[in-house]
Design a protein around this ligand. Structure first.
Ligand code: GLU
Length: 469
C-alpha cells in the first residue's frame, strides 16, 4: 500500500506557523515512507475564502521547502461538491442519516440546555428531504469508536456520547466534517496527520468512514502550538503568519528546523541540525503529544546562528530584498540610486555577526547610503555631552589631516583625542558615532568610517558640530 498523506489548509487568512509545522511533518512522513504528499485547499467556506490566501499558502509552502510541482495537487475542495452530495445521499438512502427540521430553539426547549446537543427527535420521523431540513448522521447507540493515532495511542470515544451531528445543512450543502472525509476517500488518503484541534472531530469522521464502507485512515494528531502563557497561538494576539517571519528576515532553513522541534528533537544534544538529519531521524510516533511552546526568542537566536553560518556571498545575497525592498518587503529609507553594492559588501561581514533577522540589516547600514544620517534624537541626547562640541572639532581637524584613511589610523587618532580629555575610547566614540550614523549602537565605528570615506565623515562631523553651537 502506498502511503498517501495530505495537507488540507483552509484559505481563510495568513498561513499559520502551526500549519507550516503540520505540512512539514506530512511532507517528511511521506518521504520516509516512499509515499505521496497531496495538497488540498479546503475552500468551501465561500464567505471567508480569498484567492490571495490560496496563493499565500502556495508561496509560503514553496518558501519552507515544499515546492510547487513536487507534490500532488493542489486540489480544491469546492470542485468535489458532487462527491460530497453523493455521499450525503448514500448515507440517507442506507438509513445512516435522516432529515431533521428541528430549530435550535426547539431542541433547547426540549432538552432544557444549550449544551446537551441534539436529542434525536427526528430519528424515526421518516422525513423526506426538503428546504430547511438538515441531514443528520445517525450515530450508533452503543459501543465505542477507537481512533488509531500514531502519536496518542488509541483514544476511545463512547458512541452514545456522540450526538447525531449534521452532515448537510438545510440548503443541502454538505458540512466540513463530511466534505473532509469524502475528499480523503476520493484522494486515497491513508494517513491523516493534522493538528490536535481536530481530534474532537475524529470519532465522528471515523464513523462516517465506516458508514461509507471504507477503511478509515491512520490518524496522527500533532500537538497544539502555544505561546509563553500556554495559550493556543492566535492570529489576533500572537505573530503567527509564516509570511510575517519571512518578511522580517527569518531564513527558511532556520524556520523549518525550528518548526520541526515543536514536540520533537533530533538525537544527541542537538537542536540546530541539517535538514537531511531531520528527514532521516524524525519519527512521527516520537512526537510529544503535549502542547508545544512556540518560543519566538529561541527562534530568533536560532536564526542568528543560521545567519552567521552563511558563506558571506550568500549572506550578501540574502540581504538583497531588504536593501532593495522587493515583493512584500518594505522599501529601505534610501533611494535605489543611493545604494552602493561595494560599500555594502565591505561592511557585510561586520553586520553578519550582529543581526538576528535579515531586516535588521537596514538600520545597521542606512548611514552608508543616505545623504545624511537618520538621527535618533534619544541617542543624540544620550551621546552629546558637555565637551562633545570640542571633541568633534578635534576629530574634524585630526581626521582631516590623516595620511591614510583606514580603520586603524582612525581608531588611534580618536583614542588620542579621548585621552587628552580623560575619556576612554568608548566615551570618545559616542558623539562621533551619533554624528555619523545617527545611532548609539551599530557596526564597529572605525571600519564604518573607513567605508563611508573621509569627505562624508567630515561633512557629518561638521554638521553635528554646528547643531551643538
Ligand atoms: N481545513 C482544515 C483546517 O485548515 C484541515 C482539516 C484537516 O486537516 O483534516 O484546519
Amino acid at each position: 500500500m502506498t502511503v498517501r498523506v495530505r495537507f488540507a489548509p483552509s484559505p481563510t487568512g495568513m498561513f499559520h506557523v502551526g500549519g507550516a509545522r503540520s505540512a512539514l511533518q506530512n511532507w517528511i512522513y511521506a518521504k520516509q515512507q516512499g509515499g505521496v504528499f497531496v495538497l488540498r485547499i479546503e475552500d468551501t467556506d465561500a464567505a471567508r475564502n480569498k484567492p490571495e490566501w490560496t496563493e499565500g499558502i502556495l508561496s509560503a509552502l514553496d518558501w519552507i521547502g515544499i515546492e510547487r510541482g513536487s507534490y500532488e495537487g493542489p486540489y480544491f475542495q469546492s470542485q468535489y461538491a458532487g462527491e460530497h452530495r453523493a455521499a450525503a445521499q448514500r448515507l440517507f438512502e442506507s438509513g445512516r442519516a435522516y432529515y431533521c427540521d428541528c430549530t435550535r430553539e426547539a431542541v433547547q426547549a426540549r432538552t432544557g440546555s444549550q449544551y446537551s446537543g441534539y436529542d434525536g427527535f427526528c430519528r424515526d420521523r421518516g422525513l423526506e428531504p426538503g428546504e430547511g431540513r438538515a441531514l443528520r448522521f445517525r450515530t450508533p447507540d452503543e459501543g465505542t469508536t477507537v481512533v488509531v493515532d500514531l502519536i496518542r495511542g488509541e483514544p476511545t470515544f463512547e458512541n452514545k456520547l456522540i450526538e447525531d451531528f449534521v452532515i448537510a445543512r438545510g440548503d443541502g450543502s454538505p458540512v466540513f466534517l463530511l466534505a473532509n472525509v469524502v475528499d480523503d476517500m476520493t484522494m486515497g488518503i491513508t494517513h491523516v496527520i493534522r493538528a490536535e484541534e481536530h481530534l474532537p472531530n475524529t470519532p465522528k469522521q471515523q464513523l462516517l468512514w465506516d458508514a461509507l464502507g471504507v477503511k478509515p485512515p491512520v490518524w496522527a494528531h500533532v500537538p497544539v502550538v502555544v505561546n509563553e502563557k500556554r495559550q493556543k497561538l492566535s492570529k489576533r494576539r500572537d505573530k503567527v503568519a509564516l509570511e510575517a517571519y519571512r518578511d522580517e528576515g527569518y531564513l527558511a532553513a532556520a524556520m523549518r528546523n525550528y518548526l520541526m522541534l515543536l514536540g520533537w528533537a533530533p538525537s544527541g544534544d542537538r537542536e540546530i541540525v541539517p535538514w537531511s538529519v531531520i528527514e532521516e531521524e524524525f519519527r512521527l510516533a516520537e512526537v510529544n503529544p503535549s502542547p508545544a511552546f512556540f518560543d519566538e526568542k529561541k527562534l530568533r537566536a536560532f536564526n542568528g546562528e543560521y545567519i552567521r553560518a552563511l558563506p558571506i556571498e550568500e549572506f550578501v545575497d540574502a540581504c538583497q530584498p531588504w536593501l532593495t525592498g522587493t515583493g512584500t518587503i518594505a522599501p529601505p529609507p534610501w533611494q535605489p540610486e543611493e545604494f552602493d553594492a561595494d560599500a555594502f559588501a565591505a561592511v557585510a561581514p561586520l553586520a553578519q555577526t550582529r543581526i538576528a533577522v535579515l531586516s535588521e540589516i537596514v538600520p545597521n547600514v542606512d548611514f552608508l547610503f543616505l545623504a545624511s544620517p537618520l538621527v535618533d534624537e534619544a541617542a543624540w541626547a544620550k551621546a552629546m555631552k558637555e565637551g562633545s562640541a570640542e571633541l568633534l572639532d578635534a576629530a574634524v581637524a585630526a581626521f582631516g589631516a590623516l595620511e591614510s584613511w583606514d580603520a586603524e589610523s582612525l581608531k588611534a587618532t580618536l583614542e588620542a583625542i579621548g585621552a587628552e580629555r580623560g575619556l576612554k575610547l568608548g566615551k570618545a566614540q559616542a558623539p562621533v558615532r551619533v554624528a555619523v550614523t545617527g545611532r548609539t549602537v551599530g557596526l564597529p565605528l572605525f571600519e564604518s568610517l573607513e567605508v563611508l570615506g573621509r569627505e562624508r565623515t567630515l561633512t557629518r562631523l561638521r554638521a553635528a558640530r554646528t547643531r551643538l553651537v
